[in-house]
Design a protein around this ligand. Structure first.
Ligand code: NOJ
Length: 524
């Protein structure tokens, strides 16, 4: 007994020494030399690579109560809580794309993009969210957008759900009510039937983490429910089931006639181990599993990542819960969810450092963040502009390599990448640098690591309503004058830069003059 105690004491001391060593190693590595590589690749894009731009309904459309549209949760959230937006604004008019969509398409045409990713507002076509009340004007609006794109030779990538849940469904519990799986399935079927022949690819749900963690965990986004570590997991479970049902509807009822491909867009930062010590490497891997794996693992492998199942069960017990706060999937549900993707859709903006928590008996607060049991931080030496979208291009290459290593060589489409400015300048050099360096790391990942990335989508074609940042953060390749009722769009320099990349299929200016034609392996 005594010797066992001694052994425990020794191993605890050894553990503490290892952690201390890791801490010192990570502090010494703080010089950032390893991240200094911001250089631009001199290789060209593969010949069949596709370039796009993206938006979402609430962020650009306006017309919040026109032509039969129903109210949705961001109408309510912004009207009832203007203080939650940095500039107390809302999307009532936004870029007025409901009326000005042809101007948006003209901007895309000018840039020369291959495709446009935009979303359908559920309550514009089903004002109450359910299939018994279809708004014909809403259907017509999206058909007009799709036809305009087609007429201009631009393919469509359509998102079914980019956060704007019909209010009536929120009043019935929103993503916490299991019935939402059926409501969503009906809505998805209607969209596939009405719009399918114009759509090249579908993103069923955009960024489930933002929906559940910000909507039902810390409550910063609509519907503003605060239930960290509990209801945010219930939300995630229903989002995944709704996604899976919609994907199956497409697969079983539409795939034979429509040639589109279907996925869900997962947002993930890269998490860089704070040192090469095993504890930090494991910490970074754990965090990636809590962020990307939380949604990718179910659709690819059928269930939550094992580390989530284990951590949350352990912490729940220590916190006095009778069972794990992470609701399990039944065998039937695992079979339903597994395989419901045709490609991996990744939204990526920035990176964090990840380190192990020093106390081996640590039990955190009840929340998704704390359940990972990992410390994350940004280095003080990193660029802070646009926080939390700090520009760290090397992280893009690393997450792409990690996805390949973790989930195999599935096709990956980058469904969002971009950076905000706060001034609205047309000479947006910073954005050009951001795009050039991020795309550069992506191209290197394609050639050096064989990562199968086939498309890149800039967020966004136009400045728009950036959720709780309102109009203070401007992501557009085109400036939109929000104080002019006619909302004029003006090209920023970045739109011309992106246009040149698409035309030359190359990141470097001099490529244009020396390239003869598309040749994916040739250096520029
Ligand atoms: C993620 C979201 O999908 C989009 O709505 C948002 O505006 C951008 N990233 C930028 O934060």
């Amino acid at each position: 007994m005594l010797s066992l105690k001694k052994e425990e004491q020794y191993s605890s001391v050894i553990m503490k020494l290892i952690i201390l060593f890791c801490f010192i190693a990570s502090s010494l590595a703080d010089g950032d030399e390893e991240f200094a590589n911001y250089s631009t690749t001199n290789r060209c894009f593969p010949a069949d690579f596709h370039f796009g731009v993206s938006t979402s309904a609430y962020q650009i459309e306006g017309a919040w109560n026109l032509d039969g549209k129903g109210v949705q949760i961001y109408d309510t959230f912004t009207h009832e809580h203007p203080e939650k937006m940095d500039d107390r604004s809302n999307g009532d008019v936004a870029c007025d794309s409901y009326h000005l969509y042809k101007e948006d398409v003209a901007c895309m045409k000018e840039v020369g993009v291959d495709y446009y990713r935009f979303s359908i507002s559920w309550s514009r076509i089903l004002p109450n969210g359910t299939i018994d009340n279809i708004n014909k004007a809403g259907i017509d609006y999206y058909l007009n957008v799709l036809k305009e794109l087609k007429a201009n030779g631009i393919a469509s990538m359509v998102t079914l759900f980019h956060w704007d849940l019909p209010n009536d469904l929120q009043n019935r519990g929103g993503w916490l009510n299991p019935e939402i799986v059926g409501w969503f399935k009906d809505y998805a079927r209607l969209c596939f039937a009405e719009f399918g022949k114009y759509v090249e690819s579908w993103i069923i749900i955009n960024e489930p983490k933002q929906i559940c963690h910000y909507g039902y965990g810390n409550g910063q986004f609509a519907p503003g429910i605060v239930s960290p570590g509990i209801l945010e997991y219930v939300c995630a479970r229903h989002v995944l089931l709704a996604h899976a049902k919609a994907w199956r509807v497409f697969d079983e009822e539409f795939r034979a006639t429509l040639k589109s491909r279907v996925s869900l867009a997962i947002d993930s930062e890269w998490y860089e181990p704070a040192s090469s010590c095993k504890a930090d490497v494991v910490a970074a891997e754990t965090k990636l599993q809590f962020v990307f794996g939380m949604y990718a693992n179910p659709v690819i492998k059928g269930n939550w990542p094992q580390v989530m199942i284990d951590n949350i069960a352990r912490f729940s017990k220590a916190q006095g819960f009778n069972e794990s706060r992470l609701p399990p999937f039944s065998d039937e549900e695992v079979a339903l969810i597994k395989g419901t993707y045709d490609f991996i859709a990744l939204n990526h903006y920035t990176s964090y450092m990840a380190s192990a928590i020093t106390d081996p008996n640590h039990v955190g607060e009840v929340s998704w963040e704390e359940d990972s049991g990992v410390n994350i931080y940004k280095k003080s030496t990193w660029p802070t502009a646009g926080y939390p979208h700090t520009s760290l291009p090397w992280g893009f290459g690393r997450i792409l390599r990690w996805i390949k290593q973790t989930y195999g060589n599935t096709e990956i489409v980058i469904t969002e990448n971009g950076t905000p400015d706060t001034t609205g300048t047309l000479n947006d050099e910073d954005r050009i640098d951001f795009m050039r360096s991020y795309m550069s790391h992506m191209v290197d990942a394609i050639y050096d690591a064989g990562v199968n990335v086939t498309g890149y989508t800039v967020w966004s074609i136009i400045d728009n309503f950036e959720w709780t940042a309102g109009y203070t953060k401007k992501f557009g390749l085109y400036h939109v004058n929000m104080s002019d009722p006619s909302r004029p769009r003006t090209a920023k320099d970045s739109s011309k830069y992106y246009s040149r990349v698409i035309r030359t299929r190359c990141l470097l200016d001099f490529c244009e003059s020396i390239r003869n034609g598309p040749d994916s392996t040739k250096n520029c």
